[in-house]
Design a protein around this ligand. Sequence first.
Ligand code: PEP
Length: 260
Amino acid sequence: MATRKPLVVGNWKMNLDHREATYFVQKLAWLLRDAHFDYDDCDIALLPPFTSIRSVQVLVDADKLNIRYGAQTVSVTAQGAFTGDVSADMLSALGCTYVLVGHSERRRYYADDDALLVDQVRAVLAAGMTPILCVGEGYEERREGIELDYAVGQVDDITRDLSEEDAAKLIVAYEPVWAIGTGLVATPQSAQDAAAAIRQHFTHIYSAETAQKIRILYGGSVTASNATLLMNEAHDMDGFLVGGASLQAEEFASIIRLTL
Ligand code: PEP
């Protein structure tokens, strides 16, 4: 039987500067305290832009908040003449726990390809952090009815050469591209089907024991209005990767509470 702890991750994308991040974290902590939130029941994480990570860290450390944080992408090189890049060790030194790998916006706007994503997963793991690997089909694949094969294929493309020990540390976010930022949400059944297919893949490649350890999130227009239905009916899903709805502390706190 799986004993995976639910996880709710807020992907702020290129929103909330360091002052807004400070205000957000203070408010979120207050809302969760006010709701007598039991931090042992759910993991919470924020993925700010690079420039806001330190502000989140300062508050989390000062108030001993049980909120984790991380980054939205990472360099695959350790250091040196790579203008604009931020290394995995730099993120780890800031206390980051998670790094997104392969978000559809990165794949689309920056042409992050499989070879890069494989190296990112390795860099994140080597720095002692957890990659959150994003996969999911677009409109085309869904129309053709190949969405499960497509998402599982993306997982395989990036994780094929990972040892079982490393694979067990992964988090996968199933995010159908047509659902990201559109207000369109996967049905609980299709979120469940995708999560089950991804877990089945890990069972096949590694073992049932390892597959049961891997947390699988759903992402794509999650809000406080649809979180309960998705969580109750998609049993292989362990929480959410939230974009737009993670920018308002009230709504994000509601999603966290509804995930329990
Ligand atoms: C995302 O950016 O990963 C995401 C799921 O965005 P949204 O919740 O806004 O659809």
